[in-house]
Design a binder for this molecule. Structure first.
Ligand code: MEV
Length: 328
């Protein structure tokens, strides 16, 4: 089990990092304008400019070089992201080499692609001494996410940039982004199914289902939105058992949207049987990762059970955002 303190506390914000994230409630329906809650992980992606590039373009190493992460949709992703970032930041004719260190597992729904974009943007911004606001960094990372999966909601790039727990709602008139505080730390186990999954695929699956059955899908999205708001109330009161209950219900509805998988169901069932108050898939689903919460005196036994069963397991906690502000 890897112990992973949550949030930015362990990270020097002067570094070029993008945060990984967990979606606590509301993935997928967030793409359709409903609320979702996400929190940052202290697992990050770091990036540094290591010198001039030998080619005529900005190059990123340490990303596509991982053959296990290779997939058709992700092929040359780093190159496409690099090109877009260099263009937008106006440094296309000053090619540099950016080295990326990913701490986050890829294709696991923990926000690695958004974190990659944010880290690389920050590396370029610092290297060239550019003045770019966090909002603009998040917006450019959103464009990069568009290359990865066509219709991102914007929640991943927001958490990857700001590293804070947020309530998020996508809107053409400007996204609603609210800081969330909780009076207690909430212990969380993150379990990886070991099955790599692309968010682009599951987002596409939900879209196809929605086109066939818009009324039923919209009703499920509304139901999830209600769960997110109930979960927000539970979070702000520090009511773990109420939060666990809405996580379980949210997972059932994600299963209805067909973004769960046998592997996810197995690890979620194991977490619940070993004492979790709530467990659900997190992120795109179809494989990837699940999260579970439990009382502080039970969380180690949940994590241990998953670990012994052979799942890569992280122990972390959701902490309050304190008095900080989301944006300057
Ligand atoms: C992926 O982390 C979350 C999804 O809702 C997609 C998105 O919001 O862009 C599945």
């Amino acid at each position: 089990i890897d112990i992973m303190p949550l949030g930015p506390a362990s990270v020097d914000l002067g570094q070029n990092v993008g945060y990984g994230k967990i979606i606590l409630l509301g993935e997928h329906s967030v793409v359709y304008g409903r609320h979702a809650i996400a929190a940052p992980l202290s697992l990050v992606i770091r990036a540094d400019v290591t010198g001039p590039a030998h080619t005529s373009e900005l190059t990123i190493t340490g990303w596509d070089s991982d053959p296990a992460a290779h997939n058709p949709a992700g092929a040359q992703l780093a190159e496409r992201v690099a090109k877009l970032i260099a263009q937008r930041l106006g440094v296309g004719d000053l090619p540099v080499h950016v080295d990326v260190v990913p701490e986050l597992p890829r294709a696991s729904g923990l926000g690695a692609s958004a974190a990659l974009a944010v880290a690389v943007i920050r590396a370029i911004v610092h290297h060239f001494g550019l003045s770019v606001s966090d909002e603009a960094i998040s917006q450019l990372a959103f464009e990069c996410e568009g290359l990865v999966h066509g219709t991102p909601s914007g929640i991943d790039n927001t958490v990857a940039t700001f590293g804070r727990m947020i309530l998020f709602r996508r809107s053409d008139a400007g996204n609603e982004i609210r800081d969330i505080s909780t009076p207690v730390s909430i212990p969380v186990v993150v379990g990886l199914t070991g099955v790599r999954s692309l968010t682009a695929d599951t987002v596409g699956r939900v879209h196809a289902g929605w086109q066939k059955n818009p009324q039923h899908y919209e009703a499920i999205f509304d139901e999830i939105d209600g769960l997110v708001m109930t979960g927000l109330d539970a979070l702000t009161r520090g009511d773990l058992s109420a939060l666990g209950e809405v996580m379980n219900l949210n997972h059932g509805l994600l299963n209805a949207l067909q973004v769960s998988s046998p592997e996810l169901e197995a690890v979620i069932d194991l977490a619940r049987r070993s004492g979790a108050l709530g467990a659900k898939l997190t992120g795109g689903g179809g494989g990837g990762a699940m999260i579970a919460i439990a009382e502080p005196d039970r969380i180690h036994s949940v994590a241990n059970t998953l670990d012994v069963a052979g799942y890569q397991t992280y122990l972390t906690e959701i902490r309050t955002n304190g008095n900080g502000k989301l944006a300057p």
